[in-house]
Design a protein around this ligand. Structure first.
Ligand code: NAD
Length: 425
């Protein structure tokens, strides 16, 4: 049986719906490979809990806006739900469900004792003042309060949120509890129980996965990065530090190209000062679309879902695509890339460094103890390389792509947890 995808009319196919279709397609392939029965497949295709809330926000001019917020716990069979919180105007319940599902497989794949969750608020955070953002965050947290907690569901930063957002969540939850609960979120500022190494963890993981997949010296290897936010900017930095030549990056403001290599540290400083990479004087401007088609060794999509599609995949020249973002490649594009001999290191493996160090942060919080950055880095490297080698071995043994192998391992572990626990009542 294949997993039922509700029928849709073209007008209703949002990017979020496309992301969910991709996630269900990947699950279906893995379930088929694992020989899972229909009932278990349906359970794994369905989120455990899904909450939609209305979030009223008082604007600075006195107006009242109401935005929609979501929290989806896809699966909690292996431990508390874990997943980021996204502030983006186009987010919807489908996108949040897809992202929660990918979190479930990701946590299982890297062997950390979490299920998968995700949160989202359909708002453009750049259009709000800091005080408006704070009010929005606190009210959203209040609305989802019954779902979250250090033993239940632990949010973290994602697109449009950062450590300040996590501090507000931690404070709102703690005020309601009557005492400080640092373990309710990860990606917090250091002063509130954050972990050394968390801010750069996803990007460090991208670097580790990229170099493992490259399998040769990174010296002179060319890289293009789409998205220059928390994940993309530091991924570019770490790959450049390792000896790669980062020749192009983009963000929402534009794309810049320097065939001789960008000075990534300078570009990060420039983007922090001006609000984006556009206009960086030591590079040429290029179009967003052209970045995907550059003749580079490694392409790192690190922005949003569904950017490598059947339309542009035939023109992707990179031999290695390392998914910093969640869901950047559609299933149709995946097939085209594979047929053209490109290797894709899938999101649930390539960007798992973030949730790995989130887990380490949570463990430190639960023990009221903190580790050195060297300890955190070592554990991150061990978990990333361990997962990478398991995925690569399974792919080679069974003739699968890295994405198929990663899903077979992740989905298989969650299925096994369900089977061992049995069904209540
Ligand atoms: P962010 O908000 O910090 O950065 C997003 C970046 O994408 C920004 O630079 C933005 O300008 C850029 N962008 C948006 N639309 C674009 C477009 N059309 N073209 C080019 N650039 C565009 O978000 P982030 O935390 O860096 O997350 C990026 C991706 O990584 C998301 O898919 C997220 O789910 C995933 N991810 C994040 C983490 C984490 O720890 N933050 C962990 C795992 C996966």
């Amino acid at each position: 049986m294949s997993i039922m995808v509700p029928s849709k009319t073209p007008a209703l196919i949002t990017p979020g719906r496309q992301a969910l279709d991709s996630a269900l397609h990947q699950l279906d392939r893995a379930a088929e490979h694992l020989g899972l029965d229909d009932g278990l497949r349906t359970m794994l295709a369905t989120p455990r809990r899904s909450l939609t809330v209305s979030v009223p926000v008082r604007r600075e001019d006195g107006r009242l806006d109401v935005v929609q917020g979501f929290r989806v716990q896809h699966n909690v069979s292996r431990g508390p739900a874990k997943g980021g919180l996204r502030f983006h105007s186009a987010t919807d319940i489908h996108e949040v469900t897809a992202l929660a599902m990918w979190m479930t497989w990701k946590c299982a794949l890297v062997g950390i004792p979490y299920g998968g969750a995700k949160g989202g608020v359909a708002v453009d955070p750049t259009a709000l003042t800091t005080r408006e953002l704070e009010r929005l965050t606190r009210r959203y947290v209040n609305e989802i309060l019954p779902l979250i907690g250090p033993e239940k569901d632990i949010p973290a930063p994602d697109v449009g949120t950062d450590e300040q957002t996590m501090a507000w969540i931690m404070d709102t939850y703690s005020v309601n509890a009557g005492y400080s609960v640092p373990g309710v979120v990860t990606g917090k500022p250091m002063t509130l129980g954050g972990s050394l190494g968390r801010a750069g963890a996803t990007s460090r993981g991208v670097q580790i996965a990229a170099l493992a997949a490259l399998g040769r010296s990174p010296e002179g290897v060319t890289v293009a990065v789409q998205g220059f936010g928390k994940v993309g900017a530091l991924a570019a930095q770490y790959l450049s530090d390792a000896g790669c030549r980062v020749v192009a990056v983009s963000d929402i403001t534009g794309a810049v190209h320097a065939p001789g290599g960008l000075d990534v540290a300078r570009l990060r400083a420039y983007a922090a000062e001006t609000g984006g990479v556009r206009g960086f004087h030591q590079a040429d401007a290029m179009s967003h679309d052209d970045l995907f088609e550059l003749d580079v060794d490694i392409l790192v999509p690190a922005a949003l879902e569904g950017v490598i599609t059947e339309a542009n995949a035939p023109r992707v020249r990179a031999r290695l695509v390392v998914e910093g973002a969640n869901g950047p490649t559609t299933p149709e594009a995946d097939e085209i890339l594979a047929a053209n001999g490109a290797t894709v290191v899938p999101d649930i493996l390539a960007n798992a460094g973030g949730v790995v160090v989130s887990y380490l942060e949570w463990v430190q919080n639960m023990q009221a103890y903190s580790w050195s950055s060297a300890e955190v880095e070592l554990k991150l490297r061990d978990l990333m390389l361990g997962a990478f080698s398991e995925v690569a071995s399974l792919a080679a043994e069974r003739g699968l792509t890295l994405r198929q192998a990663a899903h077979v391992i992740g989905v298989g572990r969650v299925a096994e947890a369900h089977q061992m626990r049995g069904l209540y009542p």
